[in-house]
Design a protein around this ligand. Structure first.
Ligand code: ZN
Ligand code: MN
Length: 447
């Protein structure tokens, strides 16, 4: 009974890894340090302290905007977003309101649909990318047997980029696909490690549902705050979608609100009713002059962007004759892509395709094996004669006896188990047999 469809947008906060904070000279490398050791009058919000914007942070935010296909307006400014909370001693956050650094972009990505196994391609529009400051962190602890809340201001004032998408996403799997691609782009540019466990990338999906066939956006939306993994984002969306459907089917409308995510129970819970922009009484930050770009300066920023994942995939396909699938695997992380290309340079007489196959099938540990050593391993194996069938069958028997559990799984119908056994077999034969033959012989010997 599929009468409703989810309408999902995402808001993502990413801490930039600039050396200093957004508006002061304090080190932004605060993680794991003693509380309140990375602070000064500016990031503590003491009266009279004046903010001085971090040029690098502004440029990085613009570069991210460019990588997300955004337009960069020549005029931009900071605004005060007023609200009271103990982690924000100034009583306002310096953020951006009506003149963000980047607007109207789009990000294309592909993802594997868990249900159909098919690779799907999507484009999600980016509404805006703006820059603001992070807040302090509340710690709930027991001091002298009394429950209390402590505040650590080390995080206060760390540059924070906020990326807001249009509500173009229609499922939790799609949302995860988008987030993974965004994560990859951020890491490619090298502006943040986007480490979700450390809180340097925080995810906030907003969810509503409408009747299939309806064109307008629903009149309500629910925002789930501060999720710290792709897995939880997917789970929180699934939970909300189910909850909304149940409410809508009763003829009611879900309440517009902000909800939290309880990762232990796997549920969302009501936190507060959703505030509107006018509740924040935004106004221009009087202590920071607006930003005016020249086309020439923006052009130089654009040129300083590295090759991005999509471009790298296209180049790998064209230059090395790889499939899109293999290119995507090899470009997942810049370090892996660089390793692959360094290996090609070291092993001029070995086909890039062969090197790619080795990297993908043998899972080389790029931190441990230098490209030169890796190439030597390939060269040595290529010189060995191919294995005869008897040799292979002996290794298959050995593999079968060593992996009883996987064999049982395979016999009870789990196709994954076969791929696992094949992987083991390929490792043992160090590339001296082709995968097709190996699979055929393996299946035959499993009966
Ligand atoms: Zn400071
Ligand atoms: Mn924000």
């Amino acid at each position: 009974m599929d009468r409703y469809e989810p309408i999902i947008g995402l808001e993502i906060h990413v801490e930039l890894k600039t050396l200093s904070k957004m508006f002061c000279g304090c080190s932004s490398d605060y993680f794991g340090h003693d509380p309140n050791t990375h602070c000064c009058p500016v990031c503590l919000g003491l009266p009279g302290a004046l903010p001085v914007p971090n040029k690098k942070a502004i440029e990085w935010c613009v570069m991210l905007g460019m990588a997300l296909g955004c337009k960069i307006p020549l005029f931009s400014k900071f605004d005060r977003k007023n609200y009271f909370y103990p982690d924000l001693p100034k009583g306002y956050q310096i953020s951006q309101y009506d003149k963000p650094l980047a607007i109207n972009g789009k990000l294309s990505f592909s993802y594997k649909d868990d249900k159909t196994g098919k690779i799907e391609k999507r484009v999600v529009r980016i509404h805006r990318v703006h820059l603001e400051e992070d807040t302090g962190k509340l710690l709930h602890a027991k001091v002298n047997a009394k429950d209390c809340t402590l505040i650590d201001f080390n995080r206060s004032g760390v540059p924070l980029v906020e990326i807001v998408t249009e509500p173009d996403i229609r499922s939790s799997i799609e949302a995860r696909g988008f987030l993974k691609k965004l994560y990859q782009v951020i890491r490619y540019i090298g502006i943040s490690d986007a480490d979700m466990e450390k809180g340097s990338m925080r995810l906030e999906p907003n969810i509503s549902e409408r009747k299939i066939g309806e064109g307008d956006l629903p009149k309500y939306k629910v925002e789930v705050k501060n999720i710290n993994s792709f897995k939880f984002a997917k789970k929180a969306i699934d939970y909300e979608v189910k909850r909304h459907t149940e409410i809508l089917e009763k003829g009611q409308v879900p309440k517009q609100e902000t909800r939290g995510w309880d990762e232990k129970k796997g549920v969302t819970f009501s936190q507060r009713s959703k505030e509107e922009a006018h509740d924040y009484r935004y106004f221009p930050e009087p202590d920071i002059p607006p930003i005016r770009w020249t086309e020439k300066y923006l052009q130089s920023l654009k040129e300083s962007l590295p090759e991005l994942p999509g471009e790298k995939i296209a180049r790998f396909m064209k230059e090395y004759g790889l499939s899109e699938y293999d290119s995507a695997i090899l470009t997942d992380e810049v370090a892996v892509a660089n390793y692959f290309e360094n290996s090609i340079k070291m092993g001029k007489d070995i086909q890039p395709k062969t090197i790619a196959n080795w990297m993908i099938n043998k899972k080389v540990t790029i931190e441990k094996v230098l490209p030169g050593e890796f190439i030597n391993q390939i060269a040595k194996t290529l010189k060995k004669p191919a294995m005869d069938e008897k040799e292979v069958v002996d290794i298959i028997k050995q593999t079968i006896s060593e992996n009883e559990k996987a064999v049982q799984d395979y016999k009870s119908g789990k196709e994954n188990a076969l791929m696992f056994l094949l992987g083991q077999l390929m490792r043992k034969t160090s590339g001296r047999i082709d995968a097709e033959t190996a699979k055929k012989l393996l299946k035959k010997n499993l009966g």
